[in-house]
Design a binder for this molecule. Structure first.
Ligand SMILES: [Fe+2]
Length: 232
């Protein structure tokens, strides 16, 4: 939602339309997660925090009562844990939760060990869009390993709804069926192709996997994360 950062919103007008959509979808809290990838131009944690405050102010003016928090989607790399520790990369909403992604073709050892490294440093990692890693899609039991090691698992609403193809839909539904998903998120990048839609998915998950689980992964866990509370 931060305009002019990597492949996200093009400008403030687009961000405004994204906010309108998010508000219509019943979203009341948003963590900004601009990519942090080595070799890319980055916005600083200070800029992300300031922009989160600006959006909170704008939504107050529009009467939406939405809250915005700083964050990053961290592409795992050599010294990324040290960069979080030194404050060059944002955790999620200033807590010890961090959103971590890996290249889609990563071997499972790299994902497993990368997440472990964050845990050893005292962080609580959330694995971003688990449906993108071929080493896990090919061996879905590995989602349980991630879950059992105490990491959290995020899936994209579009993947659940079949917009990323049948294989990904089947995989994400399996993860939901086994109750291994902890968060469903929009992966919003713009106001059109990847807009912040989530309501249809929330309704679907509620129908198919029950109201309790849906309430947890669309709302409860996210609220706990923002407060820095234990999720499980
Ligand atoms: Fe990502």
């Amino acid at each position: 939602m931060m305009p002019g950062v990597d492949d996200g919103s093009a400008n403030m007008a687009m961000t405004g339309r994204m906010l309108q959509t998010a508000s219509n979808e019943g979203i009341d809290s948003i963590i900004l997660t601009p990519h942090y990838k080595p070799g890319h131009r980055h916005v600083t944690p200070g800029e992300i925090g300031e922009f989160a405050d600006t959006l909170t102010h704008i939504s107050d003016l529009r009467g939406w009562d939405m809250r915005f928090y700083p964050g990053n989607e961290i592409m795992y790399h050599n010294d990324c844990v040290a960069k979080v520790e030194s404050g060059r990369i944002c955790t999620l909403a200033n807590t010890d939760y961090v959103l971590v992604e890996f290249e889609p073709w990563s071997e499972f050892d790299r994902i497993y060990n990368g997440l472990r490294e964050f845990m050893y440093a005292g962080y609580r990692p959330v694995l971003a869009h688990i449906e993108r890693y071929s080493c896990i899609i090919d061996k879905p039991g590995r989602a349980e390993e991630i879950h059992n090691m105490g990491c959290f698992i995020q899936v994209n609403a579009s993947a659940v709804m079949g917009e990323e193809g049948r294989v990904v839909r089947v995989f994400t539904n399996r993860i939901l069926g086994e109750r291994f998903a902890d968060f469903v998120a929009t992966d919003s990048h713009s106001d059109t192709t990847r807009a912040p839609h989530i309501k249809k998915c929330a309704d679907y998950v509620e129908r198919k996997y029950g109201a309790d689980y849906a309430a947890r992964i669309f709302e409860g866990n996210a609220s706990k994360l923002i407060e820095g509370d234990e999720i499980r």
